[in-house]
Design a protein around this ligand. Structure first.
Ligand code: SF4
Length: 320
């Protein structure tokens, strides 16, 4: 069953260098098309500034797209029904401290979504809260504590519990482990895997950490300058990356991946203000030719495999 279907999603933001300067546009997300099925775990990877967090906010119905359509659980999101649909998609953010109300107890934080969105009475809500606390590895005896009384890892468990309270169809986790110690990161990754196994929810991870992505996701989409340039089952992507950017990204982690030809990732990504025709990776791509400057490549199946897509004019030849 399809939980999420995004088609041609785009979002740009106005930017002014000064009060008298002409307005320019930062193209954060450009025509992204994506599907997720029930109980699927997908990761979106890319460098800082690739647009992955903006895409996450579009999919979580926090931002409105400028173009494109979005369906959650078969219903198309519109400005009129966004508020009603929002409980279907929940977000977990990088910094749990910043997104938990310091004046509310753990009990209040977890009760709020139930109280607002369900007809459950107090006793039934209490049972739900205790059950969820156990599922995320927190003792119900902590219910009266405030967020500052918990460690960073425990706060992230609280944020995850809050996201799961309404049994959402999709949880979007934006760099959920990057603010945590390495030892705690593994615990949070394991928690997501346990929740994935026990619930019908789908999970979308946004991360720059390829090691985390390989552990947690079944499928990976690679984002560059607002577009998805490659998408594949996780092991296929790590063992047989086709897009030069994916190879360059994996080349920065020599312990990951297979025997494909490595490509050094050089230079900074171009500014998303300089939106031009052609392949968005061409300024950094060692394989670029004249066609790459004039014609934007589209995502196409690799070697007839519809689960492995890459957007490169050299696709199908191995990219090198
Ligand atoms: Fe490189 Fe051209 Fe492929 Fe873009 S389309 S990744 S510039 S070879």
């Amino acid at each position: 069953m399809t939980v999420l279907r995004a088609q041609g999603l785009s979002r740009r933001f106005p930017v002014r260098a000064g009060r008298l300067a002409a307005r320019r546009w930062l193209h954060a997300v450009n025509g992204v098309t994506l599907e997720m099925r029930q109980k699927e775990t997908l990761a979106i990877v890319g460098e800082s500034g690739s647009g992955k967090s903006t895409l996450g906010r579009l999919l979580a119905l926090i931002e409105q797209p400028d173009a494109g359509t979005l369906e959650i659980a078969g219903e198309r999101a519109t400005p009129e029904n966004r508020a009603r649909m929002r409980p279907l998609v929940q977000m977990v953010f990088q910094n749990p401290h910043a997104c938990l109300n310091p004046r509310k107890t753990l009990e209040d934080i977890l009760d709020e979504p139930l109280r607002i969105n369900t007809p459950l009475g107090r006793a039934a809500r209490d049972l739900e809260i205790d059950a969820m606390l156990e599922r995320v590895g927190l003792s119900p005896k902590y219910r009266r504590r405030y967020p500052h009384m918990f460690s960073g890892g425990q706060r992230q468990r609280i944020a995850i519990a809050r996201a799961m309270m309404l049994k959402p169809r999709l949880v979007i986790a934006d760099e959920p482990t990057s603010a945590l110690d390495v030892s705690i990161q593994a615990q949070i990754i394991n928690l997501f895997r346990e929740l994935e196994a026990r619930h019908e929810t789908s999970f979308l991870f946004i991360s720059h950490d390829l090691g985390v992505v390989r552990h947690v996701a079944r499928r990976v989409a690679v984002m560059y300058l607002g577009t998805i340039v490659e998408e594949a089952p996780t092991e296929t992507l790590f063992q047989s990356p086709r897009h030069p950017y994916t190879r360059a990204l994996l080349s920065t982690h020599p312990t990951l991946g297979g025997e494909w030809r490595r490509i050094p990732l050089t230079g900074e990504p171009p500014s998303p203000l300089e939106h031009t025709d052609g392949c968005p990776f061409r300024q950094r791509c060692p394989l670029a030719d004249a066609r790459c400057a004039n014609e934007a490549p589209v995502l196409l199946p690799q070697d007839g495999d519809a689960s492995h897509l890459a957007a490169c004019h050299l696709q199908g030849t191995g990219g090198a």
